[in-house]
Write a protein that binds this ligand. Structure first.
Ligand code: HEC
Ligand code: HEC
Length: 400
């Protein structure tokens, strides 16, 4: 099973179209970095610097299998098998918890205590499972919410980096002008010689893959980089022992624990992974998908920077998805019920594959039925369709 998944990934890398030899070589090195297990510092090993607090030792711990996604599976013994499930913290404006930071780290290096234990059981709460965080360093600050996030599929998503920002802005204006209830907004990230379009993350909070990957190293692995230089990752001022713990930053990597080249290799790897709809014509059902109102947000093809089109099934805009998908955590300028349109790529189901930001949907049908807010009309059209139409639409999605 595991071997088959690795072979599928290699096949995806090998199939990357129009990639120069150098690009494929970079993506192969990135595949290696994606799976490299980091170790705590100090160690006579250039891949030290894990933690002090962390959730995983490498990217593949959370993003794996044919779609490079997380997994939630009901086990026969009544338990839940989870991989890639994290708990994010924040208030409605996105401010982190003063003690625990932006994410609960469930592992720590030797002689340090993790922040929480995550207990999962089967239940009704979130589409078949319920989770509880047993906090080990006192309660959360008032107003700070804890929300589960499941590692999304990465296959095909590198394409988001190539979408033309001006086209995204034009699309937002066109949606607003139509006045039919769907009106997405672009996420602008300030502080990069002006502003840049947010593209990555379920809140579109990162402008490019390098930033997304550097933040994954910081929050999930506790590994610093030029982009996120704090060596203690998500440790806060209220965790002095964590801040003072040994780190792996050294002259070898211009003062950080992971260097720019390693991050660039991973970015090249993710850009080379193509979903089926990016390699060949999409399956039948595209007209029905559009007629149901899905393509208003899940725009199949967007103009690429520098010309051409790129297959993404997303408008890259934030939409209000209604109270059912309100997680209680916002971000600067983003309300807790606004989410970036998820690119519909590499959606094929397999055991443990889940959908939506917290993995609550065990099937594509459940994911669509959970759409509310700006997507309520499209979800109602779907629910009101004859059975055969729904089956066509699901088969279409599974082939993307
Ligand atoms: C502990 C689990 C975990 C680990 C380890 C992890 N991720 Fe993730 N990843 C997530 C979750 C959860 C999200 C969704 C977060 C969000 O949307 O803001 C995510 C989101 C992403 C995205 C954005 C996808 C999109 O749709 O925009 C990329 C790219 C990504 N991860 C790459 C990586 C890389 C590269 C690594 C290794 C350096 C890594 N991740 C390590 C859990 C993990
Ligand atoms: C108003 C914009 C909008 C419309 C219209 C819309 N969606 Fe979505 N869709 C989203 C957003 C935003 C998300 C992410 C929600 C979340 O994760 O909480 C999403 C998530 C999904 C997912 C889950 C993907 C994953 O990997 O987690 C599927 C499947 C999906 N949409 C299918 C559809 C279909 C089919 C239709 C038409 C019936 C549709 N959507 C209409 C905005 C929209």
């Amino acid at each position: 099973m595991r071997m088959a998944a690795v072979l599928a990934l290699l096949a995806a890398v090998a199939a990357a179209p129009a990639a120069g030899g150098e690009y494929v070589a970079g993506s192969f090195l990135g595949w290696r970095e994606f799976r490299r297990p980091w170790v705590p510092a100090p160690e006579f090993n250039t891949w030290d610097g894990l933690g002090p607090l962390f959730n995983a030792r490498n990217c593949e711990n959370c993003h794996f299998g044919p779609a490079l996604a997380g997994r939630l599976l009901a086990a026969p013994d009544g338990g839940v098998v989870a991989r890639g499930l994290v708990v994010r913290l924040g208030d409605t404006e996105g401010a982190p918890d003063p003690v625990y930071g932006r994410q609960l780290q469930t592992f720590a290096v030797a002689r340090m205590q993790p922040e929480a234990r995550l207990v999962l059981r089967q239940g009704e709460a979130t589409g078949g499972f319920a989770w509880e965080a047993r906090l080990l360093q006192g309660p959360l600050a008032p107003g700070v919410a804890a929300v589960a996030r499941l590692a999304p599929a990465l296959v095909g998503r590198g394409a988001l980096a190539r979408v033309d920002a001006a086209a995204v802005e034009a699309l937002a204006a066109a949606q607003a002008a139509r006045g039919d209830g769907v009106a997405g907004v672009p996420r602008w990230i300030e502080g990069y010689d002006g502003r840049r379009l947010g593209r990555f993350g379920a809140r579109a909070d990162q402008p490019d893959l390098d930033h997304q990957i550097a933040w994954a190293f910081a929050l999930d692995l506790g590994v610093s980089s030029r982009i996120v230089p704090q060596t203690a990752g998500d440790c806060t001022d209220a965790q002095p022992a964590c801040l003072a713990a040994p780190h792996g930053a050294d002259g070898y990597r211009s003062g950080a624990e992971v260097d720019d080249a390693e991050i660039a290799y991973i970015a090249a790897y993710l850009e080379a992974l193509r979903a089926p709809a990016q390699l060949r014509a999409p399956p039948p059902g595209g007209e029905l998908f559009a007629a149901t109102g899905c393509a208003t947000c899940h725009v199949p093809r967007m103009p690429a920077e520098g010309g051409g089109m790129v297959t993404v099934y997303s408008d890259l805009l934030l939409h209000d998805m209604g109270p059912g998908l309100d997680g209680g955590i916002g971000a600067p300028g983003v309300t807790p019920s606004q989410w970036r349109t998820t690119p519909l790529l590499a959606l094929a189901p397999h055991p443990g594959r889940r959908y939506l930001h917290d993995g609550r949907a065990a099937t594509l049908d459940a994911a669509i039925r959970a759409h509310g807010g700006e997507a309520a009309a499209a979800a109602a059209s779907y629910a009101g369709m004859p059975e055969a139409g729904r089956a066509t639409l699901i088969a279409f999605l599974e082939g993307l």
